[in-house]
Design a protein around this ligand. Structure first.
Ligand code: PMV
Length: 322
């Protein structure tokens, strides 16, 4: 098989990955936990071609620099030296500006390895995707997913595993795009290193993650959305607190982000199920129930500065589509 198309969904962390124990092998300093989202899909086609002088990438119909270092990992596994033609499309609503590294590297890992004739089991795929982006390791699976930090220096125990539950069918994520999806100010890789090196709150952040993972897993096992939501919002705020305390500060929020946080508190006071989480950008993602999702989406879309709103259900695992 020389040309393969794979599809993967992005994911949003409920317990964030924010810090590395090894930046060369891209090993996380702590575990993380996420929900894979059906509304955020990347489709990637890879063809290995011995006649190509260099790797080529077309991303959303435009030529872009190919990640040859990542493709080298597959060349070395497959023991060949062919170059790759990669075509990748983010099937996100237009102008959403959502980060796509998780779905992007998960789809690329699957398409590129399969096109190279490698049938990697999910755990190996998760390890491979992690080399591209830490959050991509989680996008190999659907539903709720747990990423393990591992302790091995070679990273063979730093991979994600799915959390076996049907509870993911009962939740929704409302995604509110702030400011039309302008490019982010600090890429997560550099920002994590900067936080670890300069933030007086970084240690406290890393120390709170194992406890938060336990709480989140217990809440998911109990199908308790309030406990999952409260934990997710608190964890996101702790991650951002460590970034805000870095020197100089890394502040991902816009005034609209804070307006959304206030609105979500008001919704909760009225009995609506709604808990916020934010990543390396100003957008706010709201964990809610199937029943409350339309009301949450309606409320967030009326906030000044929110340019796009979508409701997503849990997505499935990365898969080969042709
Ligand atoms: O996978 P990366 O390197 O883009 O880092 C992801 C960082 C966050 O989105 C902020 C948190 C997470 O766990 O997804």
């Amino acid at each position: 098989m020389s040309k393969v198309t794979a599809r993967a969904c992005a994911n949003i962390a409920l317990v964030k990955y924010w810090g590395k124990r090894d930046s060369v092998r891209n090993l996380p300093a702590a575990g993380s936990l996420s929900l894979t989202l059906a509304a955020l899909i990347t489709e990637t086609t890879v063809e290995w071609d011995a006649s190509l002088p260099r790797d080529e990438l077309v991303l959303n119909d435009k030529a872009a620099p190919a990640d040859s270092e990542f493709l080298d990992l597959i060349r070395s596994m497959a023991s060949f030296d062919k170059r790759a033609r990669v075509i990748s499309e983010n099937r996100f609503p237009t102008a959403s500006g959502l980060a796509s590294s998780a779905s992007g590297f998960a789809a690329l890992a699957l398409a590129a390895s399969r096109a190279a004739g490698l049938a990697l089991p999910p755990r190996e795929l998760s390890i491979l995707a992690r080399r591209g982006s830490g959050s991509a390791a989680r996008s190999i699976y659907g539903g709720f997913v747990r990423m393990h930090a591992g302790t091995q220096v070679d990273g063979t125990d730093a991979y994600a595993t799915p959390i076996e539950t049907t509870f993911s069918d009962e939740v929704r994520m409302v995604i509110s795009i702030v400011g039309g999806g302008v490019p982010k100010t600090h890429g997560s890789r550099d920002a994590m290193e900067h936080c670890a090196a300069t933030s007086p709150l970084y240690r406290g952040w890393i120390d709170c993650v194992p406890r938060d993972l336990e709480t989140a897993e217990a809440a998911i096992a109990n199908r308790d959305i309030q406990a999952v939501g409260e934990l997710a919002e608190a964890n996101a705020l702790a991650m951002h607190a460590s970034a805000i305390a870095a020197r100089p500060a890394i502040i991902y929020w816009h005034p609209t982000t804070l307006a959304l946080l206030a609105l979500i508190r008001e919704l909760r006071a009225k009995g609506v199920a709604a808990w916020a989480t934010m990543d390396a950008g100003p957008h706010v993602k709201v964990l809610t129930t199937v029943a409350d999702a339309p009301r949450v989406a309606n409320a967030v879309s009326s906030v000044d500065g929110v340019t796009h709103t979508m409701i997503s259900e849990a997505g499935g695992p990365a898969e080969v589509i042709s």
